[in-house]
Design a protein around this ligand. Structure first.
Ligand code: PAF
Length: 284
């Protein structure tokens, strides 16, 4: 497994792989890897000849009051995990390598980025789109892998790829959960034992939504009210948003008629967690 810290080094290795007609699978990450990431790496390993993982905590997607500084950093452990998964190349650049001091070009998707996390975290998706576009230009993957846990991010990236004609296929893979149901996330590292228990309310909320739809409830407002009640019964939890949205345009639906996404963001103490589930009114 090669670890490349510069764009020049990555380009050289990718050029050689492409010369041998290898298909490139790419998993972009910010490190602090968990089984969710590894499931994406395994999918890439299965479908592609050459697997690249990037580890870069992208400063442009964090707001000034967010957790950029204390975001978990554990490169040595990540490296060991990726070696076991037989990754071919790890791109591990510095911020200076990725962003020149006077860099002044950004990519902004303006529709799918607007609601949900986009309204609580202004600038977040601009940072994500910019770094993902840069990584695609550097790595030139055939297929890039994203997790459904960041549902809005995956949709935004897909839209950017479509709109800007990036020659890459985006694959979205299901959220991996701990045995308790808690969605795997690097930010779970911030949770102590009590907070981990409180955080289960996200999964419980999604299960409740699924059950209600299965029982025939089609009014999103009623489902959202029940979820809100459940969440506020946890003292340490504060709702950012709970929405039931169209899977394509991410806007709230008036009635659940087909496939919808139940999406939520909840603070457990100071830690903001997100989760979602896709529910199909016609196949329950
Ligand atoms: O989901 C993430 O870890 C990040 O948003 C990504 C896609 C690696 C871009 O920095």
């Amino acid at each position: 497994m090669v670890i490349a810290k510069t764009i020049k080094h990555v380009r050289k290795i990718i050029f050689a792989a492409k010369q041998k007609n290898k298909t490139i699978g790419f998993v972009p990450t910010m490190g602090a890897l968990h089984y969710g990431h590894l499931s994406l790496v395994r999918a890439a390993r299965k479908n592609c000849d050459f697997v690249v993982v990037s580890i870069f905590i992208n400063p442009t997607q964090f707001g000034p009051k967010e957790d950029f500084r204390k975001y978990p950093r554990q490169f040595n452990q990540d490296k060991r995990l990726l070696e076991i998964e037989k990754v071919d190349l790890v791109f591990y650049p510095s911020a200076a390598e990725m962003y020149l001091k006077d860099s002044s070009t950004y990519i902004k998707e303006v529709y799918l980025s607007e609601p949900l996390c986009g309204s609580t975290r202004p600038g977040h998706f601009r940072g994500v789109c910019t770094v993902v576009a840069k990584l695609f230009n550097i790595i030139e993957p055939d297929i890039a892998y994203f997790g459904q846990k960041d549902y809005q991010q995956a949709r935004v990236v897909k839209r950017m790829v479509r709109d800007l004609n990036f020659p890459v296929k985006i694959k979205i893979f299901p959220t991996l959960r701990e045995r308790s149901g808690l969605a795997m996330s690097s930010r779970n590292a911030y949770l102590d034992q009590k907070a981990r228990g409180d955080a289960l309310v996200l999964f419980e909320s999604l299960k409740l939504a699924k059950k209600l739809v299965k029982e025939g409830e089609r009014d999103p407002k009623k489902i959202i009210n029940k979820i809100r009640k459940l969440i506020i019964s946890i003292k340490n939890a504060k709702i950012d948003y709970v929405k039931i949205v169209d899977v394509e345009n991410l806007r709230p639906v008036d009635k659940i008629k087909a496939k919808v996404a139940v999406v939520l963001a909840v603070y457990i103490g100071k830690i903001r967690l997100i989760d979602n589930v896709l529910v199909d009114a016609n196949s329950n």
